[in-house]
Design a protein around this ligand. Sequence first.
Ligand code: PMP
Length: 322
Amino acid sequence: MVKLQKPEFVYMGGRLRSWDDAVLHIGCEAVTRGLSVFEGLKGYWGVDSRFRIVEMRRHYERLQRSARLLHIPFDTPFERYEAAIYDLAGALLGPDRDMWFRTSLYAIEGHWGEGTAADLVVTAYHTDKVVPEAVNIGVSTWRRSVDLALPARIKTGTNYQVARLARIEGRPRGWDDMVLLNQEGRVAEGTGSCVLMVRDQTVYTPPATEGALESITLDVVESLATSLGIRFVRRPIDRTELLIADELGMCGTLAEVTLVRSIDGFELPRRTAILQALQTSYFNAVRAVAPCPSLELFLPPSTADTRSMAVHGIARANPNTD
Ligand code: PMP
C-alpha cells in the first residue's frame, strides 16, 4: 500500500498547483455526494533507465466509461490527459523511486445530474522499486454491492466505502488486505485488486460480472499466463475454494502481482510456482526487461523536457501571476 504522502504539486484546473492550493468547495457534488471517478496508474523505471507509464490509454478509456455511467461529462482528449500526467511527473519524479498516479474527475458544478461539470485532477505519489512481499488476507463480512445499486464496474470513490470498512475489519487481526464476497457469497475481488486462485495448475479469477472491477492488470496477467503456457480461466469462485487453493494472489495496478501467504488464518501450501512465475514476468514486462507485446507502455518526454514544462506550469500556477 502507498503510504500517505503530501507531494509538492498537484495538477488541478488545467495546471500545476501546490498541494495546499488543491482544494474543492464544500458545496460541490464531489464533496456532498462523493461524486468522482478516478483511475490509478503506475509508472516504472525500466532496466534501461527510462520511465514508462503502464496502459495509459486503457486507463483513460475506463475513466471515460466510469464518467459516462455516472453522467459526468468528460470531453478531455487523450492527448490532454496524457500531457497532464507528464506535467506532474516532470515536477515530482526522481530517479530513485517509481510513481503511482491518481487521475480523478471531481464534480465541481451541478446539482442532481443537471449542469454537471468536472475537473481533471492528477496527484502522484512515490513508490519503492520493490517486488511486493507476500500478504496475509481475510474474507470480509462486508459485501460488494450489486450492479443495480453501486456497480463495481464504475471506478468511483464512493465504491471504496465498503473496501474501507473491510480493511478496518481486518486490521486488528493483522490482515493486510481483504476479499469481498458478492451478494451471493461468491468471491468478488480484493479491496483494490482482483483475486487470483491456482488449483490443479490452472489460474482462476472471477469474471467482472461477479462484482469485480474490469481490471486492466488482469488482462495483462492473462496474456502473460498464456505466453507461459499456463491455463487461465475466468469463472465464479466459491468462498471455500479460497481455503483449499494451491496458491492465491492479488493483482492490480498498485497490487501488481502479490502472493498471498495465508487467508483467514489458514497458511497456504508453500507452493507458489505458478503465481511466482507470473509475478516475475509481470515485473519483467513493466520494467521493459522482456517486452510483452500485449502491454502498452507510455514514455513521457525526457525528464529534462518535462522538468522545464513543469517549471513553466508552476510559474503559471503562482497566484500572483494568475
Ligand atoms: N478491483 C478494485 C476494487 C480496484 O480498486 C482495482 C485497482 N484499480 C482493481 C480491482 C484492479 O484493477 P486494475 O488492474 O485496472 O488496476
